[in-house]
Design a protein around this ligand. Structure first.
Ligand code: FE2
Ligand code: FE2
Ligand code: FE2
Length: 165
């Protein structure tokens, strides 16, 4: 690997994390009654997304949708089958309740993502309908077409789900 490619990978990881940190910090600033700071965090978060995507494209990692779906299936499979089960073992061994909760939520949802991506890959170019998705804001549970009355993973009610058009 060239040094530039190595640097692009590191910069992509850093900018991606900065984006998510700023989104979390913006929510906290709103909760604490600092709407202008929240706006600044959201604006910078958006800019870090621009940087992250520019780096990712420069790495040559955005391919055809069929290839991108295969990448997504492999990533979700790794997380659901290996990474989160291993992390949950560590968290259980240390009785870290916050880690156990967040890893459990992610593990269950990544299984569903793997399934949704696998179906999308199988149907690619043969889609007969379009529909929206609904995402649980607590655990990330991802559901096509409608929000379930209660999240099957964390029990959050339908009205809290985020509508993805
Ligand atoms: Fe940046
Ligand atoms: Fe996922
Ligand atoms: Fe949920």
């Amino acid at each position: 690997m060239t040094k530039s490619l190595e640097d692009l990978k590191a910069a992509f990881a850093g900018e991606s994390q900065a984006n998510r940190k700023y989104v979390a910090f913006a929510r906290k600033a709103d909760q604490e009654g600092h709407p202008q700071v929240a706006r600044l965090f959201r604006a910078a978060a958006e800019a870090e997304t621009v940087h992250a995507i520019n780096h990712f494209i420069a790495m040559g990692e955005v391919k055809s949708t069929a290839e991108n779906l295969q990448t997504a299936v492999a990533g979700e499979h790794y997380e659901a089958a290996t990474m989160y089960p291993d992390f949950l073992k560590d968290a259980n061994a240390e009785d870290d309740k916050k880690a156990i909760r967040t890893f459990s939520y992610a593990l269950e949802v990544e299984k569903i993502h793997e399934q949704l991506y696998t179906e999308a890959l199988a149907n690619l170019g043969k889609e007969t309908e379009e529909y929206d998705y609904y995402v649980c804001p607590v655990c990330g549970y991802t559901h096509p077409r409608n929000a379930p009355e209660r999240c099957p993973i964390c029990n959050a009610p339908a009205e809290r789900f985020i509508h993805i058009k």
